[in-house]
Ligand binder design. Structure first.
Ligand code: FES
Length: 159
């Protein structure tokens, strides 16, 4: 097994912070029509030393193992980060515990970054705004709908 495969299997054996967060301040969703995968991330903020920091993050992934592993690691990495620090994180940073992603899997990390950015953008004023009831739909529910109507679906194009 390659080093990447090894780390991947370890990460998905015990994913962290998986599942909806009922008291989240913000939620972001990204879908990729090419592979059909979706990632949703919830953020809860706190205030520390006058700065807004991520208190906790959780995710749902209806997709491949790599996106689950990266989302799990990313939600751990985000704890305690300020919004500015979180905004500065690239998909490479978020997936760094796995090591470099194979070319076919780079977009999996980008999905997680996209969900994070969407969640950060959904709380632009720094006010804690609860997710709309619509965005509280489960990912599986969204996937079963023929059309996304929330408008939160962002297409991540492969580079
Ligand atoms: Fe599409 Fe991994 S194969 S997110």
């Amino acid at each position: 097994m390659s080093d990447f495969e090894d780390k991947l299997q370890n990460a998905i054996a015990n994913p962290q912070n998986q599942g909806e967060m009922s008291d989240a301040d913000s939620v972001g969703t990204v879908g990729n029509p090419e592979c059909g995968d979706m990632v949703r991330m919830w953020l809860k903020f706190d205030e520390k030393d006058g700065k807004k920091v991520i208190n906790k993050a959780s995710f749902q992934s209806f997709g491949c193992q790599t996106s689950i592993a990266v989302a799990s690691m990313a939600t751990e990495m985000l704890k305690g980060k300020t919004v500015e620090e979180a905004q500065a994180l690239s998909s490479t940073d978020l997936s760094s515990p796995l090591g470099p992603l194979p070319p076919m899997k780079i977009h999996c990390g980008e999905m997680v970054e996209g969900a994070l950015r969407d969640a950060l953008n959904n709380d632009p004023a720094g006010e804690a705004s609860p997710p709309s009831p619509e965005s509280q739909n489960t990912l599986l529910g969204d996937m079963n709908q023929p059309k996304m109507k929330s408008g939160k679906l962002k297409v991540v194009l492969k580079k």
